[in-house]
Ligand binder design. Structure first.
Ligand code: HEC
Ligand code: HEC
Ligand code: HEC
Ligand code: HEC
Ligand code: HEC
Ligand code: HEC
Ligand code: HEC
Ligand code: HEC
Length: 250
């Protein structure tokens, strides 16, 4: 009979030891209920369920604070749950008058979410706490359940400062933003949900700049058929500062 070569036997020995070790570990270390329901310890379900409940969810508050729930649901804070600000509500729901939840009335609380921080998404309402009406409680001006901004910005430049300042010093100074961007009024209150349009094609700019366009006389004209005909105009002209630098420049 052919004998296994020595090196193979040397390899087999550690394998046998490892597999035996795993089998022993499985017998003594894997919890009894593991695998009964799936790849987890079935007993964990009961243990988690037996823990005391702290958070009850917004639905529970509606039973008694209907007005506030409704008001908040239509407000900017619709995505912020009651218990984020008032803490876990279970004890309060069980006996409302004995366990009153705290209400965050002092100025330190709201900046947790609203103090200026460059890592927050653009457009998220942020303030610089030291200069924004210092010394006064936030809730003296903003209702926590319906934090309407006291007034919506009138101008595009309130939020698009760079673009507004750039255009101010450009040949397009007299072309209002809204000629090129149809802007729903809601954009000023809720910029991400209601987005303005952006010109779709060359013909848009051609409305003023084409040779035969019905626009004011002094507007510089181009031949739409031959001028940069393969590209949209803003491949070459930044629309907020449309300058022409060579001999044709003014
Ligand atoms: C079973 C009815 C009931 C439910 C459910 C309930 N509350 Fe109340 N809540 C009350 C009553 C009653 C008071 C007034 C207690 C008092 O003034 O003695 C109150 C007062 C409060 C206050 C005022 C505390 C203060 O300092 O004035 C807050 C905040 C509050 N509830 C938050 C909540 C939140 C959040 C929930 C949901 C997790 C909730 N409540 C669910 C009945 C309820
Ligand atoms: C952004 C934080 C915030 C959220 C979210 C919030 N609250 Fe409040 N709540 C406050 C603050 C701050 C006060 C204190 C207002 C005051 O004293 O003028 C308050 C006061 C209250 C009061 C007592 C005064 C009153 O207006 O009747 C109740 C009750 C209450 N909140 C319930 C709720 C419920 C229910 C929800 C969820 C639908 C909720 N709150 C969500 C911050 C919050
Ligand atoms: C858990 C985070 C969180 C906390 C705490 C919080 N807010 Fe807000 N706040 C938000 C979110 C989210 C919005 C909606 C932002 C959006 O629409 O893009 C918002 C919107 C606002 C706005 C609307 C601003 C605007 O012009 O669009 C104001 C004002 C405001 N909060 C004030 C407060 C005040 C006052 C407090 C403290 C009582 C507070 N917030 C606590 C998350 C928070
Ligand atoms: C004296 C009244 C007053 C107080 C106090 C006050 N605010 Fe304001 N807040 C305003 C006014 C007015 C505006 C809108 C004009 C502006 O942007 O300055 C505003 C705007 C905001 C905005 C929207 C900013 C944006 O860019 O959309 C947020 C968020 C805000 N406040 C949060 C707070 C927080 C948080 C506190 C407490 C630390 C607070 N405010 C205290 C009056 C106040
Ligand atoms: C309250 C602040 C605010 C005001 C006021 C505002 N915008 Fe915006 N705007 C934004 C924010 C924030 C975005 C970015 C939205 C995003 O990236 O999802 C934006 C995006 C845009 C875009 C780009 C849309 C896109 O598809 O990328 C245009 C165009 C625009 N705004 C035009 C305007 C014009 C024109 C006005 C004035 C009539 C205006 N905005 C006023 C905040 C504002
Ligand atoms: C002559 C037409 C025209 C005018 C006037 C104009 N825009 Fe634009 N805007 C455009 C075009 C075209 C684009 C798309 C540019 C691109 O995709 O490269 C654009 C893009 C944008 C964008 C998104 C891309 C970016 O550059 O951030 C914003 C925001 C914007 N415009 C805001 C404004 C505001 C605010 C004003 C007024 C101060 C304004 N625009 C005036 C034509 C115009
Ligand atoms: C509502 C009419 C109007 C629209 C639409 C318009 N423009 Fe203009 N454009 C003007 C006016 C007015 C001038 C400045 C004329 C002057 O004072 O010489 C101008 C100037 C220019 C200039 C010349 C700058 C220079 O240095 O001579 C360029 C390039 C230009 N626009 C490109 C565009 C582009 C690209 C678009 C489309 C995104 C566009 N325009 C849309 C009215 C318009
Ligand atoms: C491939 C790049 C390119 C594209 C695309 C392009 N342009 Fe130009 N544009 C230029 C250059 C370079 C000049 C300056 C040289 C010249 O007059 O030909 C210029 C000049 C202009 C001028 C000034 C003419 C004058 O007499 O002062 C206007 C207005 C203009 N372009 C508008 C547009 C419009 C509108 C579109 C889209 C329909 C457009 N351009 C597309 C590159 C381009």
């Amino acid at each position: 009979m052919k004998r296994f070569p020595n090196q193979i036997i040397r390899l087999i020995i550690p394998f046998v030891i490892i597999i035996a070790g795993l089998l022993i570990a499985k017998k003594f270390l894997v919890p009894a209920s593991f695998g009964k329901l799936g790849h987890f310890r079935a007993d964990a379900l009961g243990e988690a369920m037996s823990k005391p409940i702290h958070y009850v969810g917004q639905q529970a508050c509606a039973d008694c604070h209907d007005e506030i729930v409704k008001k908040k649901a239509a407000s900017y804070h619709k995505g912020v749950a009651c218990e984020v600000c008032h803490g876990p509500g279970s004890a309060h729901v069980d006996s409302p008058t004995e366990n009153k939840p705290p209400a965050p009335r002092d100025r330190g609380f709201c900046p947790v979410c609203h103090s200026y921080n460059p890592s927050r998404p653009t457009g998220f309402p942020q303030i610089v706490t030291v200069t924004h009406n210092p010394g006064k409680a936030c809730i003296s001006c903003h209702n926590a359940h319906d934090p309407v901004p006291p007034h919506a910005p009138e101008q595009c430049g309130a939020c698009h400062g760079d673009i507004a300042r750039t255009k101010m010093a450009s040949p397009h100074v007299d072309v209002p933003c809204t000629v090129c961007h149809e802007t729903p009024t809601e954009h000023r209150m809720n910029p991400r949900m209601y987005v303005p349009t952006i010109p779709a094609n060359r013909e848009f700019c051609g409305k003023c700049h084409a040779k035969d366009a019905q626009s004011a006389k002094e507007i510089p004209r181009i031949d739409m058929g031959t001028h940069g005909e393969r590209y949209v105009c803003w491949e070459c002209h930044y629309p907020h500062l449309p300058q022409v630098y060579n001999g044709a420049a003014k």
